[in-house]
Write a protein that binds this ligand. Sequence first.
Ligand code: 5GP
Ligand code: MG
Length: 467
Amino acid sequence: MCGIFGIEGAPDAANLTYLGLYAQQHRGQESAGIVSWDGEQLHAERGMGKVAEIFDERKLSELPGGRSIGHTRYSTAGSSVIANAQPIVVMTSMGPLGIVHNGNLVSAMATRHELEAAGSIFQTTSDSEVFLHLMATRPHHEVVESLLRVLGDVRGAYSLLLISREGLIAARDPHGFRPLILGELDGQPCFASETCAFDLLEARPLRELDRGEVVVARGDQIESYRLPPVARASRCVFEHVYFSRPDSEVFSDTVAQSRLEMGARLAREAPVEADVVVPVPDSGLYGALGFSRASRTPIELGLIRNHYIGRTFIEPQQSIRHFGVKVKLNPVRELIAGKRIVLVDDSIVRGTTSRKIVNMVREAGATEVHVRITSPPTAFSCVYGIDTPTRSELIASDHSQEEIRRFIRADSLAYLSLEGVLGSVSGSPDSYCTACWSGDYPVPAESHGEPQAELFPLRLEAAGSRA
Ligand code: 5GP
Ligand code: MG
């Protein structure tokens, strides 16, 4: 997963990009980068860690110019190393190009093998680099023509921004897997994955890019192109379940509103006699609120999350104690002890965190723990850019709901139905991708449902710290 931001024709473009990334930090905490165009050349700065750790005033002052794009990275294909941080910048016969990409190309590995066989030398293990190599092999005197030819040939999920001497280009794949919004700041075009970036800048969101739309921004002008259409949209509904910030509008719905509705529907689908509803922060907050309202069960913030966890947590060497989830979450005993608890979270992936949280709530004195999940069992890996592990690590891939309930040691466990999720968003049910639950992959994966990342030789653990 990733967050992207770009702005064209604005003084201080890199500084504004920094703010746009700051607001989208939740979309990736592993690395970040910004590239700017000053009219003559590209200037780039990338680093590991969070946006505020990487950039300071001096570094931003070294990114001059009125055109800029940036990226916060949460690796899904390619390992978590500085070489894979974006923007990726290259020199081509069309001049320097820089790219930021949110999504995952399912055709990346095959294309990479072909390009390597023909002599291409890749700098990264990221699927995103493939776009630039393909463009370099199909140059055109207009950069956008080169990009359009390339996009006609790749398969998978992309919302991307490309910076060149010609302008800033934004593109969204024909399935529309990932969000990408066009906005305007003081008359200048800007682009972001989520509207929360515009809110911080006081920019005005204008519209979502259509799926398959390619927009070229030059000064205060924009020009729009279309890729060949595909039959139906496949918007990632997991953006609503988990990934996007609740204050953002994604695919025309406010994320908070969708999550409240998911919680309410879950309360009706899987009611339970209990004393209090407790959200698993932060991702379970709005779902729990919806559940509480619909079931008329009081909500208590019985779990507290530490938001200040850095990239590494150093445990005492002499101790055999393993801190695990305790570093991140701690119960408020007074709110939990002696009560029957409904624990609401957005998803169960491996099941290991959920098991620890149930245990933690029991140790805090809960008499019963009923787990309610505001999405269906995650049984299939995402090949379009959400960081789900390989299928074998997904507990729902080979365990029944009753087995999962026993594993996490809950008194009861229920998931929101697929219909329940799709009824909580305003688009037609067939306009969303639900592959992680249904196994129905709108663009066939190249390797039987395993993430593209598996095919790359260098895969390290993603270091995201989402809740
Ligand atoms: P589990 O019980 O499967 O170990 O963890 C469940 C938790 O993982 C939930 O709180 C959920 O919000 C979170 N989660 C869901 N999807 C993702 C993801 O793509 N990445 C990370 N890091 N956490 C996720
Ligand atoms: Mg969570």
